[in-house]
Design a protein around this ligand. Structure first.
Ligand code: UD1
Ligand code: MG
Length: 434
């Protein structure tokens, strides 16, 4: 497809008051990324000329989007004087003859689902779908197979409210339609807003060719409330997990697993029920057991969990991580850490065993420090490794040791224990008996 003959305008300036949130609506996340991110990602596959209209929290919206994408145009809506989706179009000057206008609250769209808007030469293509419960959407009034107008819910008569054909909120306009009708919009309606949807009735009166395109709610659902957000999240999660399973990832009870956009898998892995995998995590040929959380990390040829927590910037390879082990910003290669440990800001080498209850004390209340552990080290259970610390190869740390020395040389035993006292008969003296 030639990306250069269509302009895309994304309306993202609204407050989203129905979300009842301090966060701008388009920045609410679906599968770990702002709603607007998903829309721009799909748009980029179709066009090189993308404009996002902003106003409410405009600096924050622009900042978050620029962290992901380059070459996006931002256009500021004069929302005080021209509120509404039509007001959002007032300052827009599209480059190309064909213009696709998308609402910024439709995170489920894909480039494929937009193809139908690109193939026709009608002056206006508008998207419609039929819903059992059309609540919240603009109703599409059709007579004799011709779209007459769109009526917003708040302006609809009782009969119009019964209409179940709704406006999905995506339109393809010719540039001349935008140039002619946007300046003619008025705010003479229940919400005192400039409705983009009024373009339809004006164009119809002038005899323009309006072509309705039936679309699938699974791709065109609008998000106006927290309930809509969670409904859309379920659809997006199904999509992400289906494509991972198609690529060979085994998932036990996939409906209990959450995997963010941006997580990638290589080879063949198994994910058990109740896992949460986020950020830019990469998992290769690994087994992730029940209830494990993995954030922004690399896992290769390893088994993790059940109930383990791998926090950002960890690199785990050829390693076994067992239950109740937390790893943060650490690199482990060929390591066994089977039970109840905290491993933070550490680097641990091949053949090393981390006993149950071992803690890297990486934080002194002000700064974080590193723990470096060499090859074939045996760290006995319940040891505290007070960083900064370097343990060379072939070292044994006795169980219960608090290691504060900064360095342990190759081949040594490190042991710190109070002398054991064994007081005969004390129990019976204290509790009575025998
Ligand atoms: C809109 C349509 C409705 C359609 C529905 C589909 C209008 C008037 N109504 O209603 O017919 O069924 O989408 O989801 O267009 N926005 C701005 N500036 C504003 C107001 C909104 O940029 O002043 C942006 C919002 O950020 C949002 C999008 O436009 O991304 C749609 O606004 P929203 O308030 O969600 O419109 P709906 O009531 O859903
Ligand atoms: Mg909406």
């Amino acid at each position: 497809m030639n990306k250069n003959n269509i302009s895309i305008i994304i309306l993202a300036a609204g407050k989203g008051s129905r979300m009842k949130s301090q966060t701008a609506k388009v920045l609410h996340k679906i599968s770990g990324k702002p709603m607007l991110y998903h829309i721009i990602k799909a748009s980029k596959e179709i066009s090189d000329d993308i404009t996002v209209v902003i106003a409410h929290q405009k600096e924050e919206v622009q900042k978050q989007i620029e962290a992901f994408f380059e070459n996006i145009n931002f256009c500021i809506q004069d929302a005080d004087n021209f509120p509404g989706t039509g007001g959002a179009m007032k300052n827009v000057t599209p480059k190309n003859e064909k213009v696709l206008v998308l609402n910024g609250d439709m995170p489920l769209i894909t480039a494929d689902s937009l193809r139908g808007f690109l193939d026709s030469d009608a002056d206006i293509i508008m998207s419609i779908f039929d819903l059992k419960n059309p609540n919240g959407y603009g109703r599409v009034i059709i007579k004799e197979n011709q779209v007459q107008k769109i009526v917003e819910q708040k302006d609809a008569t009782e009969n119009e409210l019964k209409v179940t054909t709704v406006n999905a909120g995506i339109y393809a306009f010719s540039k001349k339609v935008i140039e002619k009708y946007i300046p003619l919009l008025s705010d003479n309606n229940a919400q005192k807003e400039y409705y983009l949807t009024d373009v339809i009735s004006m164009a119809k009166k002038d005899g323009l060719n309006i072509s309705p395109l039936l679309v699938d709610e699974g791709y065109f659902k609008g998000v106006n409330s927290k309930k809509d957000l969670s409904d859309s999240e379920i659809i997006m999660q199904n999509r992400i997990k289906t494509s991972l399973m198609d690529a060979g990832v085994t998932m036990q009870l996939p409906q209990t697993i959450y995997i963010e956009e941006g997580v990638t898998f290589e080879g063949e892995s198994i994910i058990e029920n109740g896992c949460r995998i986020t950020g830019n995590t990469l998992i290769t040929n690994s087994h992730i057991k029940s209830g494990t959380v993995i954030e922004d990390s690399i896992i290769k040829n390893s088994d993790i969990g059940p109930l383990a927590h791998v926090r950002p910037a960890s690199h785990i390879e050829d390693t076994h991580i067992g239950n109740f082990v937390e790893v943060k910003k650490s690199s482990l290669k060929g390591v066994k850490a089977g039970h109840l440990s905290y491993i933070g800001d550490a680097q641990i080498d091949e053949g090393t065993n981390i006993g149950a209850g071992v803690i890297t004390c990486n934080y002194d209340g002000i700064k974080k420090y590193k723990t470096i552990i060499g090859k074939n080290v045996f760290v006995g259970s319940d040891s505290q490794l007070v960083a900064p610390l370097q343990i060379e190869d072939d070292v044994m740390i006795a169980a219960g040791t608090t290691l504060t020395s900064g360095a342990v040389q190759k081949g040594s035993l490190a042991i710190s224990r109070a002398k054991l006292r064994n007081i005969k008969g004390f129990y019976y003296k204290f509790f009575g008996g025998k």
